[in-house]
Design a protein. Structure first.
Length: 640
């Protein structure tokens, strides 16, 4: 068995602590999000610590698949960023080790992590999700601990509003108590006013015992409400005065764990085998229902009635005109009397409305069944996509860290958050499109991976070839070329000149250059033929020849000892945009791009803009030729 090389051990030793740390950070972030989302459901309900501990432990296991890809992205960025920042990555490459070879041990390790994540998703997550949602549902259903505030109506008890003006916490006495009891409806509300009272919980914590002192009770007399004949008559009511009253209010404060079977039959509590079995059974059931409903619909339709009428044997003694006659509903309807027509229309309207309501309900039932099947499909694909996302994020984070060469928690954390937010948004969009049936489930669930995988391939390719894609000057130079901002020539006067320019020959060259520019401007307009542009592979060869002429004249005039000539030489334009597209392509590939019209048309418009800039350079070159010729004549020919 081949021993692990020292380089592989070094990379694993560097990556593993960062991976464990980032995984803990990411899991903590998801747990804080969960706590922030459900804190209102847990506060003030007297839930024991063991229940809260179980809830958080199952929530942590549920969030492991979401935290794993982010942790891998974060850790790979930090690992390769640290290696690049400390020049260790450069030392490895100097020793002839490619980036792919450097990434190999971590790739093998993360393949095992992805496989383990899949089995964790398939076997552990269904159990943890069932228990997590069961405990969470039980917590939501638990009644809160009753805390009566001062000067505010308390509405935590169903059917009752309690108002307390002041509380004596030392004696546990409630002063100036008012209770609105509308448990029998607002029309039969009961109002109780008391000077003071006390509130306590029964021993089994299923009831509240309200003890009231020195008060009155007002309520409608329910038995006499039907005797009221006129709306103007007063409704009888009862008024009671009491010195002491006890009320028993139903208020269960115990924590009752719900049955796990509530979620075990749902898609969240199933592995791949159970999901596929449920999908097959639900598909067979829906197909059977559709077949039965289609037969029932045909049986109720007029088409079957007409078919039965047309297939019935006709008496032979009927004349040919009757045999060949077609049942015409309009003719039969016109022969009826007005009252029969009205009844027929009313009957038809009722039949259509009943038919619409009946099949509308059946349609909603089928939609619900189809939605459940889609949720099973999405859950099944999710078990694969999250594992693949671990590898995708590694092939984004590792090359990106090698490119930016920034370690620590700063830049990697910012980049990881932005990339994960992009992944989360795309994944959420795909999930909702799949859940609503807009896209097939496999398309929606694999959308995020299919979008980020090309990014990972691109970054890996750039990092392997040591491309500087994070250098801002590269993009600024491309932007300057696009908008037409040229580089400026910088020519310094030489201390020692080996060969003085032949100004007579230079003047001749300037004349030829001006003539070439005039010929180019007359033969090449700004707009050119679309297919001719692609046949030329995007290169203007005449402009390339003129660019060489300009550079040859500049090379000669660099040897001048006159500052005026040197300054004017720097005004010659740098004609480097004779490539109307950035890369050389073959004529066949050019014609293929020409037929790919949306892309080809966009490149063609950019080439039109560059042709405009090229014509501006030609005009500038002609002007500099005239000015340089005048300088040469004034400074040198006049001297001779």
């Amino acid at each position: 068995m081949r021993r692990i090389k020292r380089l592989d051990f070094f990379l694993l030793k560097t990556f593993l602590p960062l991976f464990i740390m980032t995984f803990g950070i990411c899991l903590f972030i998801f747990m804080m999000h969960f706590l922030w989302q459900f804190v209102d459901e847990m506060v003030g309900k007297g839930i024991s610590m063991d229940v809260i501990a179980k809830l958080f432990s199952y929530a942590a296991m549920t969030f492991v698949p979401q935290a794993m890809p982010l942790a891998i992205l974060f850790a790979s960025l930090m690992t390769f960023g640290n290696l690049g920042e400390q020049s260790e990555l450069m030392a490895m490459k100097s020793a002839g080790i490619s980036l792919i070879r450097i990434m190999r041990p971590l790739t093998v390790f993360l393949v095992f992590v992805a496989i383990s994540a899949f089995f964790f998703q398939n076997n552990i997550i269904p159990v943890s999700q069932v228990r997590f949602y069961t405990i969470l549902y039980s917590v939501k259903q638990k009644s809160p601990e009753l805390a009566i505030p001062e000067g505010v109506f308390n509405t935590e008890i169903n059917g009752k509003n309690i108002y307390v003006k002041k509380k004596d916490n030392r004696n546990k006495l409630l002063k100036d108590v008012m209770i609105y009891d509308y448990s029998d409806g607002f029309n039969n509300a009961r109002v109780i006013v008391a000077d003071s009272g006390r509130l306590k919980t029964s021993s089994d914590k299923k009831f509240l015992i309200m003890t009231l002192y020195s008060g009155e009770s007002f309520e409608n007399v329910k038995g006499n409400k039907n005797r009221v004949k006129d709306a103007k008559d007063a409704v009888p009511y009862r008024r009671e005065t009491f010195d002491f009253m006890e009320m028993l209010i139903e208020f269960d404060e115990n924590f009752n764990m719900r049955d796990e079977s509530l979620y075990q039959g749902r898609y969240i509590g199933k592995n791949i085998t159970s999901l596929q079995r449920s999908i097959d059974s639900m598909t067979v059931r829906i197909d059977s229902i559709k077949m039965l409903e289609s037969k029932a619909l045909f049986a109720k339709s007029y088409r079957k009635t007409l078919a039965r009428y047309e297939s019935a044997p006709k008496p032979q003694e009927q004349p040919d005109s009757v045999k060949n006659s077609v049942l015409n509903f309009d003719s039969l309807y016109k022969t009826q009397e007005a009252n029969i027509k009205a009844s027929l229309l009313s009957y038809s309207k009722r039949s259509i409305e009943n038919f619409k309501m009946d099949y509308g309900y059946k349609n909603e039932t089928l939609k619900s069944e189809s939605g459940e099947i889609r949720r099973h499909h999405t859950e099944m694909h999710k078990k694969f996509t999250l594992s693949i996302a671990c590898l995708v994020f590694f092939f984004i984070g590792a090359p990106l860290g090698a490119i930016i060469r920034k370690g620590g928690l700063g830049a990697p954390a910012v980049i990881s958050v932005f990339l994960f937010l992009a992944y989360y948004v795309i994944d959420t969009i795909g999930y909702k499109l799949a859940r609503e049936g807009v896209w097939p489930p496999w398309q929606g669930m694999w959308l995020s991976s299919s979008v980020l995988l090309p990014l990972g391939v691109f970054l890996t390719y750039k990092a392997v070839n040591d491309s500087v894609i994070m250098n801002a000057e590269t993009y600024l130079d491309a932007l300057k070329r696009l908008v037409g901002k040229r580089e400026s020539r910088v020519i310094e006067k030489k201390d020692i000149i080996m060969e003085t320019p032949d100004y007579g020959a230079v003047e001749t060259s300037l004349t030829e250059l001006k003539l070439s520019c005039l010929t180019y401007l007359s033969n090449n307009k700004r707009w050119f033929h679309y297919f001719q542009f692609w046949r030329q592979s995007g290169v203007d060869r005449e402009a390339a020849r003129i660019a060489l002429e300009v550079e040859s004249i500049v090379e000669i005039l660099k040897n001048s000892d006159n500052n005026l000539v040197l300054n004017k030489t720097m005004d010659f334009p740098i004609i480097n945009n004779y490539r109307l597209i950035d890369r050389q392509i073959s004529p066949g590939a050019g014609m293929a791009l020409a037929l790919l019209f949306p892309v080809g048309g966009f490149v063609y418009l950019i080439a039109i803009y560059r042709r405009k800039l090229l014509r501006q350079d030609m005009n500038t070159a002609m002007r500099i030729c005239d000015e340089m010729t005048e300088i040469i004549n004034d400074k040198y020919y006049a001297r001779n």
